[in-house]
Design a protein around this ligand. Sequence first.
Ligand SMILES: [Zn+2]
Ligand SMILES: [Zn+2]
Length: 264
Amino acid sequence: MVVETNQIVRRNRPGTKANDWCKWPDESFEEMESTLAVQQFIQQAIKRDFNNVEEILTAPEGQDEGVWKYEHLRQFCMELNGLAVKLQLECNPETCTQMTATEQWIFLCAAHKNPKECSAIDYTRHTLDGAACLLNSNKYFPSRVSIKEASVSKLGSVSRRVYRIFSHAYFHHRTLFNEYENETALCKRFTTFVIKYNLMAKDYLIVPILEEQFSGNGSASVGASGGGDENGSFVAYQPGGAAAAGSVAGDDGSIVDETMIGNA
Ligand SMILES: [Zn+2]
Ligand SMILES: [Zn+2]
């Protein structure tokens, strides 16, 4: 005789049909018992409606903010791998020899001892690998329940580096970018996330994906802040370029991983 239980197993068994993939009922945050509850909570919200960026980025009551930011960034990196897979179809070292977005900057790949000019697709792979290594590192992130303030400060530079994958895709592989964005709203979510938690200066956010980025004269550059942010004099994109020179140190003040094209 078969004993029926109401136990829900939230796991995809071998042979699960696409239709049934992850098809289990939502669970409230209080009911989630594993140490991966925050990740589960975030993934559940994405699955419910990936377009509802506001809800996905709203932390449960009393949630530690460091852990919340950390888990979101992990999720972004995982999903960015999906964009990387698409990029591989048309972004290759022969056509995209350097990691660029607009004409203004070449981004250096910080995955190497001395940052170097990897091709765009290599930059993408190396940077996602590097981000995964850092976010899984026992040294900086030994726990997913509480996170040291010194480690939280790493999240800004990871964000800045992986963001360039969006900007390259947007400016050089627009069809593909749009396809992926329609399926995931990932760039919109990422942009909202880094603004909400102050992880990147607005001047770096050159993909015009939020309505507020269209306000003003329609330029992708956010002119209002004038570069006077925590990154000192760095301006990511400024038509005309005259004011764009200056310090290019990263927001962690360590690695210089941008270089100006042309008369720098
Ligand atoms: Zn490319
Ligand atoms: Zn590289």
